[in-house]
Design a protein around this ligand. Structure first.
Ligand code: PXG
Length: 465
């Protein structure tokens, strides 16, 4: 038997990884040749890799480690719960204290009458739950024709068949038979990339009206719901113009359809409020949560449901659930995570300290020749890379070529920033200090300088015609 530990040489770990481990969203052969970066430990906002590098994690893992790495309280909560009751289910008329305590707390924090929680182990599962909840709701209301869920191109709602179909990622739809029927995608409110000559305000209204156009085209009696991330995350941190959500809200109300806010990234403080819906003044009937719910320390997600929808669903048996719905250890860890977020006023820290500091430090990068804008809401933001700031031009090269070069230079400078096409996204742990934000921006500038040289050397400094 091979005992595999942190102390093994990196090359051996990489070889074993390449031999046996299939990575998500990765070209396997390419990675096998290059070798994966092996992360061995983490504390606060810093990761350590197997070569001893200290890397500033500008992505909070995958947008999820809100309270930062290495909080022993969460480990203790997990150990305590594992000793007392490591597992029991919530099917067939049973329950347990961790699920009760967590659902009560979520209901207390969630806006409006979002008082009911259906647990899952991820955001994807929670969005699959939502599809079935929404369609079952309309069935039970006597409107079984209302099946169509409207979403947006370039949305991300997960990777399972249902949630991936809700999402609007064309590269995902190209594989494995997505989207499932009765999901309709409208254009996204991405002014920088698609706004043309309109002002952001005009464009926000226009893209909201695309929802009304779609409802009318499909037939209002067939439309069940609209789903959107308050601020699109995986799509490149697309903060919609201020006019967008108020207009969407009006349209949703006019046609009496359900509104789902996918808060998987925005929830639990990321935007400077507990939920993105509060920051953007959205009134959803259902919220999807995951990630920051446990700061990623345990896999857990949920659908948070309003009184009306939960009341209708409760009228008969809802034939849906996961073995790990409300898993006691995940629930106990999530509850402890929320205690820390509350007691350490981390959401206020985002709003009052970290978000303004990030905006200032990253906006200063817009004097770099390659950076067109920095757009952010709270502690999620993105830099637009462009060969021509005035026209917001795209690069002539395949989208993402320049972004990838920039991401590689970030890595080389011990900074994790992800690229989405040619936008560089940032979403650090919420506990990041002003000094650490300064370090983040400094490393980003060095990476941009190095990437700029490479871009010029390779003849990529050219706008698409
Ligand atoms: N909704 C949203 C808004 C998300 O961002 C999901 C649902 C799915 O959650 P799970 O827990 O099933 O992954 C997500 C996940 C990236 C990246 O690199 C983003 C996500 C996941 C993985 C990678 O941007 N978002």
């Amino acid at each position: 038997m091979t005992l595999i530990t942190n102390h093994m040489p990196t090359e051996e770990l990489r070889a074993l990884d390449a031999a046996h481990h299939m990575h998500p969203f990765t070209a396997g052969n390419e990675l096998a040749e290059k070798g994966a970066k092996v992360i061995t430990r983490a504390k606060g906002v810093f990761l350590t890799d197997s070569e001893g590098n200290e890397i500033l994690d500008g992505m909070a893992g995958l947008w999820c480690v809100n309270i930062g790495y290495g909080r022993p309280e969460l480990a203790e909560a997990a150990a305590r719960q594992m000793k007392e009751l490591p597992y029991y289910n919530t099917f067939f008329q049973t329950t347990h204290v961790p699920a009760i305590a967590l659902s009560q707390k979520i209901a207390e924090l969630a806006p409006g009458d979002l008082n009911h929680v259906f647990f899952a182990s991820s955001g994807s599962e929670a969005n699959d739950t939502n599809i079935r909840l929404i369609r079952t709701y309309w069935d039970q209301k006597g409107e079984p024709d209302r099946k169509v869920i409207i979403s947006r191109k370039n949305a991300y709602h997960g990777s399972s068949l249902g949630s991936g179909s809700l999402g609007g990622m064309s590269a995902m739809h190209a594989q494995g038979g997505m989207p499932i029927p009765d999901i309709h995608h409208i254009d996204q409110p991405h002014w920088w990339g698609e706004g043309g000559d309109m002002t952001p305000e005009e464009f926000g209204i226009a893209r909201a009206r695309a929802l009304e156009d779609a409802i009318l085209e499909i037939g209002p009696e067939r439309v069940a719901a609209f789903i959107g991330e308050p601020v699109q995350g995986a799509g490149g941190v697309i903060a919609p113009p201020g006019t967008y959500w108020p207009e969407v809200q009006k349209i949703v109300e006019k046609y009496g359809i359900l509104l789902v806010a996918d808060e998987v990234i925005c929830g639990f403080g990321r935007t400077g409020s507990w939920f993105g819906s509060q920051t953007l003044d959205i009134k959803p009937h259902i919220m999807t949560i995951a990630k920051g719910l446990s700061s990623g320390y345990q896999p857990i997600g949920a659908s948070v449901v309003c009184d009306e929808v939960a009341g209708v669903i409760a009228e008969s048996e809802f034939n849906h659930g996961y073995t790990y719905s409300g898993h006691p250890v995940a629930s106990a860890v999530a509850r402890e995570n929320i205690r820390i977020l509350e007691e350490e006023n981390i959401v206020d820290h985002v709003r009052d300290v970290a978000a303004p500091a990030l905006k200032e430090a990253m906006t200063a990068l817009t004097n770099h020749p390659m950076v067109g804008e920095f757009s952010s809401v709270g502690l999620m933001g993105s830099l637009a890379l462009t060969p021509d700031k005035d026209t917001r031009a795209k690069f002539a090269a395949e989208p993402g070529t320049v972004g990838f070069i920039c991401r590689e230079r970030c890595f080389a400078n011990n900074l994790v920033m992800r690229h989405v096409g040619d936008r560089m996204v940032v979403s650090p742990p919420l506990i990041i200090t002003a000094d650490e934000i300064g370090m983040l921006a400094e490393r980003a500038r060095t990476a941009l300088d190095e990437a700029f040289e490479i871009v010029k050397d390779r003849g990529l400094w050219a706008a698409a015609s």
